[in-house]
Write a new protein. Structure first.
Length: 134
């Protein structure tokens, strides 16, 4: 059990977070297109990690954008979108078809209120889209 847990933790750390292929490219985009005090929002795994790496805050103080939070109605997606429109994040990072990026209502908000600035590809994690929403 300890070996399996250790292996799972190493995989989670290495592949799902810090060392994913597009990390440096996305971090650089954030550093070049935001300033201290700007906020990020988006994919619960990626946006939070990138916010930490770039020393940026998470919009609405809401890091857990896991799709289940919205699908279970624990948090209202409609209310979250209203709050984002009232106080737009500088950038939103999503993985299309995964997590919050799979919710049509959320991607509709991005298409209407934001502009796609970047498309990064990662062999293991797939595509990342970065939207500017100021």
């Amino acid at each position: 059990l300890i070996i399996n847990t250790s292996a799972a933790l190493v995989r989670l750390y290495t592949f799902d977070f810090v060392e994913f292929q597009a990390f440096g490219e996305l971090k650089q985009h954030i550093l070049e297109h935001t300033k201290p005090g700007d906020t990020l929002f988006g994919d619960s795994n990626t946006a939070t990690l990138l916010a930490l790496a770039a020393n940026r805050d998470i919009a609405l103080n809401f890091p857990d954008t896991n799709i289940q939070v919205f699908e279970s109605k624990v948090v209202s997606l409609e209310d979250t979108i209203k709050e984002l429109k009232a106080s737009p994040p500088a950038l939103v990072i999503i993985r299309p078809t995964r997590g919050i990026g799979a919710l049509e209502q959320f991607t509709g908000y991005l298409e209407q209120d934001c502009t796609q600035e970047k498309h990064a590809k990662d062999q293991l994690q797939g595509d990342f889209l970065v939207y500017g929403c100021r």
